[in-house]
Design a protein around this ligand. Structure first.
Ligand code: 2AM
Length: 179
């Protein structure tokens, strides 16, 4: 029998094509000022719950935890821009986290914990990474984004991340609708 390879996975919210295009344009704009590496348009996402490396044999348990969630969709709008010096990430955030997002995230964490998965201990800070290795000069505190960008969240996804020579490659391996 072949041993299952560990997989690096996380749950995320994925923008629709229109939002991804606007986000990517914003990332290119930020790049003019902060340099760094622009996130690929087809990789832009907002992490819901980061899981990290797990044995592939545990994927069905992850999927079962997600499948039990029955919550409503909601509108997500990123209206703040910031840059974290400690990890050189230029990101979009939001002034106010929608209750529906907080609820979805905490329910998913609860179900994952019950299924025996380790999840992030830190407070949830929803964000969308625009640049890596950004030069955060000056811009350490959040400011209003040049233009708010959002989308109607109708589902959440499970993503597998693998490292390639061009950086991380993301592949959606599960998708669950919101009501
Ligand atoms: P980032 O974009 O801010 O780097 C895949 O790596 C996704 O999971 C990315 O969105 C990344 O956030 C996030 N991520 C990576 N490591 C994480 C960790 N230890 N805790 C929470 N999220 C993490």
């Amino acid at each position: 029998m072949q041993l299952a390879q560990p997989q690096r996975v996380f749950f995320a919210l994925w923008p629709d094509a229109e939002a991804a295009a606007r986000l990517h344009a914003l990332a290119q704009e930020q790049h003019q000022r902060m340099n760094g590496r622009v996130s690929r348009e087809d990789s832009l996402h907002c992490t819901l719950v980061f899981i990290g490396n797990i044995d592939a044999g545990r994927l069905p348990d992850l999927q079962a935890a997600a499948a039990g969630i029955q919550l409503s969709g909601f509108r997500l709008t990123f209206d703040q821009a910031g840059c974290w010096r400690h990890n050189q990430i230029a990101y979009l955030g939001m002034r106010q986290i929608p209750e529906a997002l907080q609820h979805l995230q905490s329910l998913l964490v609860k179900r994952l914990k019950s299924a025996g998965f380790n999840t992030e201990q830190r407070e949830y800070r929803p964000h969308l990474t625009l640049l890596r290795k950004a030069e955060c000069t000056g811009a350490t505190k959040e400011n209003p984004a040049p233009e708010p960008v959002g989308w109607a969240v109708r589902d959440f996804v499970l993503v597998r991340s693998s490292l390639s020579v061009n950086g991380s490659r993301y592949e959606q391996i599960g998708q669950w609708p919101l009501l």
